[in-house]
Design a protein around this ligand. Sequence first.
Ligand code: HEC
Ligand code: HEC
Length: 481
Amino acid sequence: MRTVFLLTALAATGCLNQLIPPHASPSNPNVPVTIDLPSIPDDVFFALKAPADAHAELCANDGSHPMFPNDADQITKAFCQDLVPGGSMPQPTGLADLLQLLGLDFKDPNGGNGTGGNPAFAVLGHSSALTARNVSALTPTAFVFTPPPTDGSKPSGYVFLAYDPGEQFVEVAAHDPVADAVNLYLVLFDKACKSAPGGCAWNDLLTPNLITGWSNVRIYESTTSLNDTVADCRQCHAPKDSGPTMLRMQENVAPFTHWFSNATSGGKSLLKDFHAAHGTAEDYVPIPAALMDKSDPAQFAQLVGQAGFATQPNAFDSAIIESQLAAVGSSVTWQAIYDHAVAGQFIAPPYHDVKVTDTAKLTNMTQIYQQWMGGKADLPDIRDVFLDEALRDLSFAPKAGLDGRGLLTQMCQQCHNANLDPTISRDKFLVDQLDQMTRAEKDVAITRLDPNEQTFKRMPPLLFHTITQAERDLMIAELQQ
Ligand code: HEC
Ligand code: HEC
């Protein structure tokens, strides 16, 4: 009950220092003594251009597409129609409009997955992507995408849309058929509550209310100043900056541990958790209610594979990891991929077990969501259903027992390494070149670790990581050397 009371009192935006009360005994070294909520600072997108300039940038014709915009990727094609005689720029007012513009609308809400004109779709109960700290079986990520060609050939012009509750954006990957490249886009929109007194409430952000009443839809590609924000897609989708952008799916072999699926026992238990809260009649936008149980990670893996990205960096082999866990209660295979991420070589791998949730927290938030569905007006932040003991293995919190340098490596290197674009400002702080770093830059980093920092300057970004004061002190001591 304690958790519920505290979280109900919090507004959806504002102060970054909102704590989750630790659940288990604080003497358990696997539970961080303090846990920050994954809040996003109000100015997180400080670097982005104004809407009109963003549109001009999206629709700039570099001459490589003879029929521009009609032979460009689907986002550019749809949103740059004002370049076409008689055309205009679309103004979607919700997710349904956007799906239609991308050719991903559901033609038959009682039909199939990727058949009869419907797009393909798959739902994920634990993510290692941008909004990982928001994603669970209660608030899963929904992916809607172009069905893979049935003859196994390489797809062209395909589109993926990723939807998470909680934020006023969706993510899109769109294949450019001329350049044969995957373009990544952050699609921002405004709900009316954004400018209302008191801002948006959880009821606006964590429910189907999020997908309607949009205005000011604006599109930012990952080749622009988006790279200067924490939503830089390239840190994960182009881990070697010199290489091409890739599609990501870490769990790309059956049984697809954290994906909703009626074909796997893990997938079934995640669907059960989902339905306990959402029932069977709520459309989990963008997926019609009647289709939810047809979530199909195999189709997702197929499209990613046919598109040329079957080999994933530091992949999570669900079959081996699940069999090791069943046999001996732990997995050496998982431990190896986790250790690579701790060493700063790769992004965080998914968690070893199917469930990332704490049963008591999940039951509680499930009841609260049910009450909201039953007509109760307000909703608290229902996202914190994570098992506190799992936060370190989830890579949301650092591995226990690391020294200052080890903490900087695990908590910072993913966004601050020498493989990244050298023209962006955060390249001044390269954790993999700490020994060559200037005193002045280390001093900047110490100020960035200040827990009173309330702006985009707060490091590490809470959307990704939570650290304790002791861990912060160890990093600062290392930077003082
Ligand atoms: C922290 C790493 C990370 C960041 C940052 C990130 N992604 Fe991803 N993305 C992933 C992973 C991992 C997946 C696979 C599904 C998952 O784990 O949620 C994914 C999946 C996707 C998908 C589904 C298609 C695919 O590649 O599997 C889209 C679309 C997508 N991301 C778009 C974006 C966009 C746009 C951005 C930048 C605004 C972005 N992502 C930033 C890690 C990331
Ligand atoms: C998810 C990506 C991400 C992670 C993780 C991250 N940063 Fe950053 N960092 C950024 C981005 C984006 C910028 C550029 C925008 C800005 O100045 O805040 C930045 C800027 C900085 C800068 C300013 C560089 C300069 O001189 O302009 C410092 C210092 C810094 N980060 C330190 C850290 C430290 C220390 C950690 C780990 C404790 C960390 N960052 C973790 C994304 C990240």
